[in-house]
Ligand binder design. Structure first.
Ligand code: HT7
Ligand code: ZN
Length: 847
C-alpha cells in the first residue's frame, strides 16, 4: 500500500566496491553510464536497483550485454534475477538517458538558469541512474563529466581535466544521497583553511557571474565553522578541497554533498544593501550546519531514512551551539526556542505529529520536519544536559571512534551515551520514539525552611499513539531570594515518573523558583503564578532565557485575556518599562523582550485552554497592546529608537545587529502612535536592508507604504532575492481585509516566477504567516492557498507538500472556518493525478 516500515529493514544483499559514472551532459538528453563493481554478501540473490524516470539504453554484465529475459524493468527500478548472476564478484554496467531541462521537481539532475546541478537526498539519485538508492549502501565514486561548460564539479578531488571534460574521485565511501554534480558558467570566491594538523584546504564559493561580490561573508563563515569543529568536537576536514555552489532553484536551504555543498543562493549571497541581519545570521548557521554534516551525516551516516534525526538533530544541535559560541549566546537560545514553539510545538499538537524517529512513512520528503530537525536537536541537548559538558564530549568522541564509516541507528547512538556514562537511557529513548509535547505542571510548598517542588507530566495522545508513558525530563532549576539573589544555583532535577517531588532544605525564606532554565527540555511548563512573580523574574532572573521567558509569559497571558475582552494587565505594562530601562541588559536582549508573541502563538495558547481562537480579535488585541505599550512608554521608546542607531559602515556582528533589532522593535511600537512618520523617515535614510525592509514592513502593516513599495520595486526589480522580501512583507503583513487581494495581484502579475521555490515561498509562505489574512472568515485565504498548491503540485510536489503545512492548525478555529478549510483540503485531495507527496500530507491533515 505504499507504506515503508522501519520494522521491514533488511540489509542490501550486495557490497559495492566502487561506482564509476560518466555523464554526457545535454539539456534534453543527458547520457549517464554507470559501472558498479559488486560482490554478493551472502550468496547470490535477486539484485534490485532503484530507478525512476530513466530511459534505459543498455545493461551489461561483465562487459557482455544482458539478455532482456534476465531482468525486469518497472516504474520503480530494475531487477536482475539471481539465476542470471555469477557466484562471486562481477561488474554491472547500465546506460540511461535523462532530461535535466524538463526536471521541474528539482530532485535528481536538473537545470537552473543554464547550469546543471543535482539534489539527491533523500531519494533523488534513482532519477539519475539505476542504483541501490539507500543510505546504508556506501561506496567510492569516480565521476567523469563531459560538457563544454567552463566549470565541471563533483565530489572529492579533481583527478583529470581537459577540453570538454573533468574527472573527479572521492576517496571516502558514501551513500548515493551525497553524490553531487554541478556544471555551468560559474565564478569562484576562493580562500583556504589550514587544519589543526597542518593540511591546507582550498575553499571555493561558486556563483553566477555578477554575484561574486556577495560571497565574502559565506567564505568567512565556512572558515569559522571549520575552526569551531576542530575546537569543540576535535573534527578536522578530510579532503584538500571544499566547494560550495549557489543555485537559484532549490527546494530547501542547502545540501551537504561530500566536498561539494550545494546551497540555495539566498543562503550564500549577502551584502549590507541586500541582506538583513537575520539573513547574515542564517547564512552563517547554514554554512556551519552543512559543513558539520561532514562528520555527522557523511562520515557517519544513517542506516535508513527513519534514522534521519541521527544526522539532522545532532547537526542542528551542533550548528546552534556554534552560533551561540560565535555570537551572543543567550539570545540564540531565545530565538531557537521561539522557533521551536512556533513550528515544532505546533506540529506536535496537530494532525502531522510524529516522533523524531518515525516508524512508517509514505513519502520520506515529508519527514524533513521541525520535529526531526529541531526537536531532534533538543533531544541531543537533553543528553548533553544529563551527561554534562565533559560527559557529552566523551560520548561524542566514542561515537566518532566507534562508528566512523558506518551507517547507524538511533539505537547505536543511545548505546554510545550509555557506554560513555554508564547510565541506562532506556526511558530516555522515548523522546525519539514517541510524538507529542509533554505538559509539565508544577506546584510548590514551603514549610520550616524546606521548599518542595512537585512536578506532574502529561502528554496528550497523538495520531496513532493513545498511551504516553512518562518521559525522562531534565529540569534545570534555580531558586532566587526575595531580593533577587540566587540562593540555590542551577541544578538539574531528573524527572522520570508521572508525578515527582524534589526538596530543597535549609532556606531562610520562601524562594522564587526559576524552572526549566535555558529551556532544558522541550515541554510546556504550566504553573499558576501571579503576574507579580513573573514580573519579578523578568526583572531579576539570573538565567537570561528564563528572564525572557517570564516576560513572554506575561505578554502571552495579557494577550490571551485581551483577545477575550480584558484590558492589559498593569504588572506587564510596568515590567516592560523596567526592562526597557535596564541598561545592563544588551540591546538585543531588550529587543527580544519587547517583541510580542505572534498571532499564531496566541491562537495556539487559547486553543490549549479550549477557547476557540478568533483571528480578528487576536490581531486587534496584539495591535491594541502595542499601542498601549507605546503610549505608556513613549519617551523610553523614543530614547531606545534614537539611542540605538548604529552609525558608520554596516557590520553583521551580533552587537550592532542587536542594536538594530532594538531600534526596530521600539519603532514597531512607536509606529502605532505616529502614523508611520518615523518608519517612513527611516525607510528614506536607511543604508542597509535590515532597516529598509524593517521600516517597509511596519508601513505595510498599517495599510500604508505604497510610495515606498513602488520605490523599492524600482530599485530592486532586477534582483529576485531582494524582491522576495518585497513580496513576503506584503503577503505577511498586509491587513487581513486586503491580504488576499494583495497576494492575488502579485501572483497574477506577469512578473511572478512561481515555479521557482524561493519566489513561491516568498509570496505563499508569507501569506500563510499572515494569521488573520490566511484564516479570513469567508475562507478566501484557504481557497487561494489551495489553488496555488494544486497549481504547483504537478511541477514540484516536494515544495507543494511542504507548503501544505499551512493547514496544520485548521481544526483550532470555529465551525465556519473549519468548513472552508476542510473544503479547500478536500478540493486538493480530489485533484486528478495528485502527487504522493501532497496526497500523503492532505490525507494526514484531514485524518
Ligand atoms: N540534508 C539536507 C536535506 C535536504 C533535502 C531533503 C529533501 C529534499 C531536498 C533537500 N535539500 C536538502 C539539508 C540539511 O539538513 O542539511
Ligand atoms: Zn542537515
Amino acid at each position: 500500500d505504499g507504506v515503508t516500515l522501519l520494522s521491514d529493514y533488511k540489509p542490501y544483499p550486495y557490497e559495492i566496491e566502487k561506482i564509476s559514472l560518466v555523464f554526457q551532459l545535454a539539456p534534453e538528453a543527458t547520457k549517464v553510464r554507470a559501472t558498479l563493481a559488486m560482490t554478493p554478501r551472502d550468496g547470490v540473490a535477486d539484485l534490485h536497483l532503484d530507478g525512476e524516470d530513466l530511459k534505459l539504453l543498455g545493461v551489461a554484465l561483465n562487459g557482455a550485454p544482458l539478455a532482456a529475459e534476465a531482468y525486469t524493468l518497472t516504474t520503480t527500478g530494475l531487477t536482475i534475477a539471481a539465476s542470471a548472476l555469477p557466484e562471486g564478484a562481477f561488474e554491472l554496467q547500465t546506460e540511461v538517458e535523462i532530461a535535466p531541462a524538463k526536471n521541474t521537481a528539482l530532485e535528481g539532475l536538473y537545470m537552473s538558469n543554464g547550469m546543471y546541478c543535482t539534489q539527491c537526498e533523500a531519494e533523488g539519485f534513482r532519477k539519475i541512474t539505476f542504483y541501490p538508492d539507500r543510505p546504508d549502501v556506501m561506496t567510492r565514486f569516480h565521476v567523469r563529466i563531459e560538457s563544454d561548460l567552463p566549470v565541471l564539479l563533483s565530489n572529492g578531488n579533481p583527478v583529470g581535466q581537459g577540453a570538454g571534460f573533468a574527472e573527479w574521485d572521492d576517496p571516502w565511501p558514501k551513500p548515493a544521497y551525497l553524490f553531487a554534480l554541478v556544471a555551468g558558467d560559474l565564478r569562484a570566491t576562493s580562500g583556504s583553511f589550514t587544519t589543526a594538523s597542518g593540511r591546507k584546504v582550498d575553499l571555493n564559493i561558486w556563483v553566477r557571474p555578477g554575484d561574486e561580490d556577495r560571497c565574502d561573508f559565506a567564505l568567512a563563515s565556512l572558515q569559522r565553522s571549520m575552526k569551531w569543529d576542530e575546537e569543540a568536537y576535535g573534527r578536522e576536514y578530510d579532503l584538500d578541497l571544499f566547494n560550495i555552489v549557489a543555485v537559484d532553484d532549490f527546494n530547501m536551504g542547502a545540501m551537504e554533498n561530500k566536498g561539494l555543498n550545494i546551497f540555495n543562493s539566498k543562503l550564500v549571497l549577502a551584502s549590507p544593501e541586500t541582506a538583513t541581519d537575520t539573513d547574515y545570521e542564517r547564512i552563517e548557521a547554514v554554512i556551519a550546519h552543512e559543513y558539520f554534516h561532514n562528520w555527522t551525516g557523511n562520515r557517519i551516516t544513517c542506516r535508513d531514512w527513519f534514522q534521519l534525526c541521527l544526522k539532522e538533530g545532532l547537526t542542528v544541535y551542533r550548528d546552534q551551539s556554534f552560533t551561540r559560541d560565535v555570537r551572543l549566546g543567550a539570545l540564540k537560545r531565545i530565538d531557537d526556542v521561539a522557533m521551536l514553539r512556533a513550528r515544532q510545538f505546533r506540529e506536535d499538537a496537530g494532525p502531522l505529529a510524529h516522533p523524531p524517529r518515525p516508524s512508517s512513512y509514505r513519502e520520506i520528503n515529508n519527514f524533513y520536519t521541525a520535529t526531526v530537525y529541531e526537536k531532534g536537536a533538543e533531544v541531543v541537548g537533553m543528553l548533553a544536559t544529563l551527561l554534562g559538558a565533559e560527559g557529552y564530549r566523551k560520548a561524542l568522541d566514542l561515537y566518532f571512534e566507534r562508528h566512523d564509516g558506518q551507517a547507524c541507528t538511533i539505537e547505536d547512538w543511545i548505546k554510545v551515551f550509555e557506554d560513555a556514562s554508564g547510565r541506562d537511557l532506556g526511558q530516555f529513548k522515548l523522546w525519539y520514539t514517541q510524538a507529542g509535547t509533554p505538559h509539565l505542571s508544577v506546584s510548590e510548598q514551603f514549610e520550616n525552611g524546606t521548599y518542595t517542588l512537585t512536578f506532574e507530566q502529561v502528554t496528550a495522545p497523538t495520531p496513532g499513539e493513545p498511551e504516553k508513558p512518562p518521559r525522562h525530563i531534565p529540569t534545570a532549576v534555580g531558586l532566587l531570594g526575595q531580593n533577587g539573589d540566587e540562593v540555590v544555583p542551577t541544578q538539574v532535577l531528573e524527572m522520570t515518573k508521572g508525578r515527582q517531588s524534589f526538596t530543597f532544605t535549609g532556606l531562610a525564606a520562601k524562594p522564587v523558583p526559576s524552572i526549566l532554565r535555558g529551556f532544558s527540555a522541550p515541554v510546556v511548563l504550566e504553573r499558576d503564578t501571579t503576574p507579580a512573580e513573573q514580573a519579578f523574574l523578568l526583572a531579576h532572573d539570573t538565567d537570561p532565557f528564563n528572564r525572557w521567558e517570564a516576560g513572554r509569559n506575561l505578554a502571552r497571558d495579557t494577550l490571551m485575556a485581551m483577545a477575550q475582552g480584558a484590558t492589559p494587565a498593569p504588572d506587564y505594562l510596568e515590567a516592560v518599562g523596567q526592562m526597557l530601562a535596564d541598561d545592563a541588559a544588551t540591546p538585543g536582549f531588550r529587543a527580544a523582550c519587547l517583541r510580542l508573541p505572534g498571532e499564531d502563538e496566541i491562537a495556539a495558547a487559547l486553543a490549549k485552554k479550549d477557547v476557540v481562537p478568533d483571528p480578528d480579535a487576536i490581531r486587534a488585541a496584539r495591535r491594541g497592546l502595542m499601542a498601549t505599550l507605546a503610549q505608556r512608554h513613549e519617551a523610553a521608546l523614543v530614547g531606545a529608537y534614537e539611542g540605538s542607531a548604529v552609525p558608520g559602515p554596516y557590520s553583521p556582528d551580533a552587537a550592532p545587529a542587536g542594536k538594530r533589532a532594538l531600534r526596530l522593535a521600539a519603532l514597531a511600537l512607536l509606529s502605532t502612535l505616529d502614523q508611520g512618520r518615523r518608519a517612513s523617515a527611516l525607510y528614506a535614510e536607511a543604508t542597509n536592508m535590515t532597516e529598509s525592509i524593517g521600516a517597509l514592513g511596519l508601513l505595510v502593516a498599517q495599510g500604508a507604504g505604497q510610495a515606498e513599495l513602488t520605490a523599492f520595486a524600482a530599485r530592486w526589480g532586477a534582483d529576485p532575492l531582494v524582491m522576495d522580501k518585497w513580496r513576503s512583507v506584503q503577503a505577511m503583513l498586509s491587513p487581513p481585509e486586503t491580504a488576499v487581494e494583495v497576494v492575488t495581484a502579485i501572483a497574477e502579475s506577469g512578473a511572478f516566477e512561481w515555479k521557482n521555490p524561493n519566489r513561491f515561498r516568498s509570496l505563499l509562505g508569507g501569506f500563510a504567516a499572515n494569521h488573520a489574512g490566511f484564516h479570513r472568515a469567508d475562507g478566501a485565504g484557504y481557497a487561494l492557498f489551495a489553488d496555488w498548491l494544486i497549481k504547483l503540485d504537478p511541477l514540484n510536489p516536494q515544495t507543494a507538500a511542504r507548503m501544505s503545512t499551512a493547514f496544520e492548525t485548521w481544526r483550532r478555529y470555529d465551525a465556519t472556518r473549519q468548513t472552508h478549510a476542510k473544503a479547500a483540503l478536500e478540493r486538493i485531495a480530489g485533484t486528478q493525478g495528485l502527487s504522493r507527496d501532497l496526497s500523503e500530507m492532505v490525507g494526514r491533515l484531514l485524518g
